[in-house]
Design a protein. Structure first.
Length: 287
């Protein structure tokens, strides 16, 4: 048990260090030097740095402290402890390490793109280990706990949009808002792709009278298992089978072609999945 916990701690620290590195590139190297603010409290800290030269990392950390106290009973002790560790590392990287390195001084649009990419990578690494860089995550979770009917996406969007819009009067141009939106949207896309895209795939559902033959070919030639569920057509009253097969996206086309070849009258539905766990796919945590 102890070696497992020790391994988990070291893995958390490794993810935090790498995540803080990428996160700080997105904030300091690109967003700060291009004069725009992405969403979240880090964006607010960037605005305060531009106005009053407050250090970004320490300012963001101090802004997070009240939210940590407010959200403690909603998000739990472990999440708070992990997030504090992550926030401290981000503060060190932002205020003491990255100011020693060269910064990007090119196109603001390119800065927005790369800021979103690096922020997305950093945040995804935090989230994958059950941690957070702070910011509006705590506020969003607290509001969701108090008002479960509200959409988390809507809450986050409203808060981020408000902070991004502040960039207009602070930086003195509307471009700051556009670049902030670009960075924030790209950050969300990158987070989704990293956290879900690597394990994403397809769920193929086939209604057919040749389920065993199709299943046999999928297993022999594609190497995927399938599940056969007996069913009856409500309109025809005929017995048919429902065949379910989870596969990678690259295998979807091959399987569909095989189904068409075996049973041209089969009814095929394909659903995209964000995550597939189990044998032949991603392993469940703890396995």
């Amino acid at each position: 048990m102890f070696p497992y916990k020790l391994k988990t701690i070291f893995t958390d620290i490794a993810f935090d260090l790498i995540g803080a590195f990428f996160y700080s590139i997105g904030v300091f190297t690109f967003a700060k030097m291009a004069n725009f603010a992405p969403g979240g409290l880090t964006g607010l800290a960037l605005l305060m740095n531009y106005l009053w030269k407050f250090p970004i990392g320490i300012t963001s950390f101090l802004l997070n402290l009240p939210l940590l106290l407010i959200s403690y009973k909603f998000v739990g002790r472990i999440f708070i402890i992990k997030s504090l560790k992550t926030m401290l590392l981000c503060t060190v990287f932002l205020d003491f390490i990255f100011p020693l390195f060269p910064v990007y001084a090119g196109s603001r649009f390119m800065a927005a793109l790369y800021s979103g990419i690096f922020l997305g990578i950093g945040l995804a690494l935090f989230y994958m280990r059950g941690s957070s860089s702070g910011g509006t995550d705590f506020l969003t979770m607290s509001i969701k706990a108090l008002r479960p009917h509200l959409s988390i996406g809507l809450i986050s969007t409203i808060i981020d949009l408000f902070i991004i819009l502040l960039g207009w009067p602070v930086f003195g141009n509307v471009d700051a808002v556009l670049y902030g939106l670009t960075s924030t949207i790209l950050t969300s896309i990158v987070i989704d792709k990293i956290m879900y895209g690597l394990d994403s795939g397809s769920m193929i559902l086939v209604i057919t009278m040749h389920s065993h033959e199709i299943s046999h070919h999928i297993g022999n030639y594609i190497g995927r298992g399938s599940t056969i569920i007996p069913a009856f057509g409500s309109y025809t009253g005929q017995r048919r089978d429902i065949l379910l097969c989870a596969c990678s996206k690259s295998q979807t086309y091959l399987i569909c072609g095989m189904i068409q070849w075996i049973d041209s009258g089969a009814f095929v539905m394909i659903a995209e999945t964000t995550n597939i766990l189990g044998e032949g796919f991603a392993r469940r945590s703890g396995q």
